[in-house]
Design a protein around this ligand. Structure first.
Ligand SMILES: Cc1cc2nc3c(=O)[nH]c(=O)nc-3n(C[C@H](O)[C@H](O)[C@H](O)COP(=O)(O)OP(=O)(O)OC[C@H]3O[C@@H](n4cnc5c(N)ncnc54)[C@H](O)[C@@H]3O)c2cc1C
Length: 560
């Protein structure tokens, strides 16, 4: 990836084939696909890559078992096929995981329905996933998989398989893959307007939110991949544009592994007819999610205390004598699904039954847009959007070669043998440097082949092998790596998206801010005043999360 400053300098001098607005998974997937077809492409993101919905998901690469209830067989089949492909393309970060669906004593009948659903799930994946069919579990087997469950309440259950990933790292890997194939990607580049000349859209106006200043980016075609902000962009072009996105909020909480003991991920049917996931992630336990209409500030959704209590109560319906309380919550966050529909006038109504299918549309001046969709099927969505764009611009279609994304591994690996030899080499080198196994696993899962570059930093400066937060594997050496290789510009980028501490343990993350800032300062050349502002901004973002959900750190902080 080019350094951001170089990309900002060069971009206004070119005319691109395609300009993509929005650096979430949809925009990243589009940039990768277009670049793989030999087209020149620029990706513009107003904040950081994946700073919108794509960093706040449940982190599942899955078929969406729940969608079978809505009879979305086609969508589930597509997602299952993509899951199988992504396991091959990104084995370092899309990992198979065992999920358990426990059956409550008073919901025995639900077991039959669930088994029917899982049989269908297996059938839909039959041609791509040979092993890992679902199995029935006895009460003893369920409790072995998840000792935190209640012996009194659970009568048995089912085991099935899906994959877990790290969403913002996946976006970053796709952006890097796009750049390796020639794309330009710039974060902190907000599209603020459009330049129409002789009735044709010829450029977008951009504000550099990091360094200041404005620029114009010329392109032959334009794609709106701005997720929940899509309608705002279309209204810049056409004030009469009718909104098509209906944001639906979903929150997650994190608790320490000691608060709820489980070796498997859990898929918990709720008493109000929904499902909640309990997923071991980043050495803690993630619980989510909710699904309600949202009419608030799109830029800063936060979990509120009622939503936190709801998730706690669902898990406590299933848990044994150790019940979770608000004091166990070490982090919370909220994301907004870009569902297709009319925006709600107020927040709060249930949106679980709204379709998760995506919508591709052609707007004014042939700008093509996409709404909805999943992290899991980003490649398919990119292909469909580009086909729509090509239908509108046959000259572009004539120059495009075939997409290579189905054959391009992420993480910088060229093929499976390269994956195996590179990871073995990285593991051997890490052992020599006395890197802990948990950190080694984290580095490979996060950076793929580039984990080797992080190790080079440790070799040069061994003190950077220190952990960022005491209880979690990320290390300080990742900071200079992400600044140089992944356009991390702010402390928030590092703490919330390149590493995930801002989502995993907000108390420890808060403590880490000054230390991280000290290192960033020397990498980015911030002076004292700038460093102070950046520290305060980041602390206030973390404190906002803590205050909104009334989790334990807020009370801890008040004591100091
Ligand atoms: C709670 C929750 C859980 C989910 N769980 C899963 C899951 O487990 N698995 C799964 O497959 N899917 C999941 N999803 C769905 C999936 O995450 C989303 O559908 C997907 O991330 C949407 O990606 P996107 O690129 O469209 O949007 P975003 O990630 O929001 O990207 C849009 C980007 O556009 C940028 N932007 C906006 N305006 C401008 C502008 N003017 N100029 C430049 N840039 C701009 C934004 O900053 C943003 O980064 C979940 C969603 C939620 C909310």
């Amino acid at each position: 990836m080019k350094p951001r400053s170089q990309a900002v300098k060069e971009a206004p001098e070119k005319e691109f084939d395609i300009a993509i607005i929005g650096g979430g998974i949809v925009g990243a997937g589009l940039a990768q696909d277009a670049a793989s077809r030999g087209l020149s492409v620029i990706l513009l993101e107003k904040r950081d890559f994946a700073s919108g919905t794509s960093s706040k998901t449940t982190k599942l690469i899955h078929g969406g078992l729940r969608y079978l209830e809505q009879l979305h067989f086609g969508l589930t089949r597509q997602l299952l096929h993509e899951r199988a492909l992504l396991e091959k393309l990104a084995p370092h970060m899309v990992r198979d995981f065992s999920f358990v669906l426990p059956i409550l004593k008073q919901k025995r009948f639900f077991g039959f329905k669930a088994e029917l659903g899982l049989t269908l799930y297996d059938l839909l994946a039959m041609d791509v996933i040979k092993d890992h069919r679902h199995t029935r579990l006895s009460q003893r087997e369920i409790l072995e998989s998840a000792p935190g469950l209640s012996r009194e309440q659970i009568v048995g259950g089912l085991r099935f398989h899906d994959c877990i990933t790290d969403d913002s790292r996946l976006v970053m890997e796709v952006v890097k893959s796009a750049c390796a194939m020639g794309a330009t990607a710039i974060n902190y580049a907000e599209v603020t307007g459009f330049h129409v000349e002789n009735g044709e859209l010829v450029a977008i106006k951009c504000h550099d939110c990091y360094a200041g200043g404005d620029m114009e980016i010329r392109a032959k075609t334009f794609i709106n991949a701005a997720g929940i902000w899509s309608d705002k962009l279309m209204q810049m072009l056409d004030p009469a544009w009718q909104p098509r996105c209906s944001p639906a909020k979903g929150i997650h909480i994190m608790v320490p592994q000691s608060s709820f003991e489980t070796n498997s991920a859990l898929f918990l049917p709720t008493l109000d007819g929904r499902y909640v996931f309990v997923v071991p992630w980043q050495r803690a336990v993630m619980i989510g999610t909710t699904d309600t209409g949202y009419a608030g500030d799109l830029d800063n959704p936060l979990a509120n205390v009622d939503e936190v209590d709801y998730l706690i109560s669902v898990v406590n319906t299933y848990s044994g004598s150790r019940k979770i309380t608000r004091d166990d919550v070490i982090a919370s966050w909220a994301g907004l699904r870009p569902l297709v529909g009319t925006p709600p006038s107020e927040s709060g109504q249930a949106t679980g039954s709204v379709s998760r299918e995506h919508l591709i549309y052609v707007g004014p001046y042939k700008i093509v847009g996409l709404l909805g969709g999943k992290l899991t099927n980003y490649r398919i969505m990119a292909d469909e959007v580009l086909n729509k764009l090509f239908a509108e611009h046959p000259d572009l279609a004539a120059r495009a070669t075939q997409s290579r994304t189905a054959k391009t591994m992420l993480g910088g690996f060229s093929d499976k043998p390269d994956f195996l030899t590179s990871t073995a080499h990285i593991a051997a080198r890490a052992r020599k440097l006395s890197i802990e196994p948990a950190t080694l696993d984290h580095l490979i899962a996060s950076y793929g082949k580039d984990a080797d570059k992080v190790l080079s930093i440790v070799e040069d400066e061994p003190e950077l092998a220190a952990r960022v937060c005491p209880d979690f594997p990320p290390i300080m050496a990742e900071i200079p790596f992400c600044i140089v290789n992944e356009s991390a510009m702010l402390l928030e980028d590092l703490l919330f998206r390149r590493m995930r501490m801002g989502l995993v343990h907000q108390g420890q993350c808060l403590d880490a801010v000054p230390r991280v800032a000290n290192l960033v300062r020397s990498c980015l050349g911030w002076d004292e005043a700038r460093t102070k502002v950046e520290i305060e901004n980041t602390q206030s973002i973390i404190n906002e999360h803590i205050a909104a959900s009334h989790t334990f750190q807020k009370r801890e902080l008040q004591k100091h």
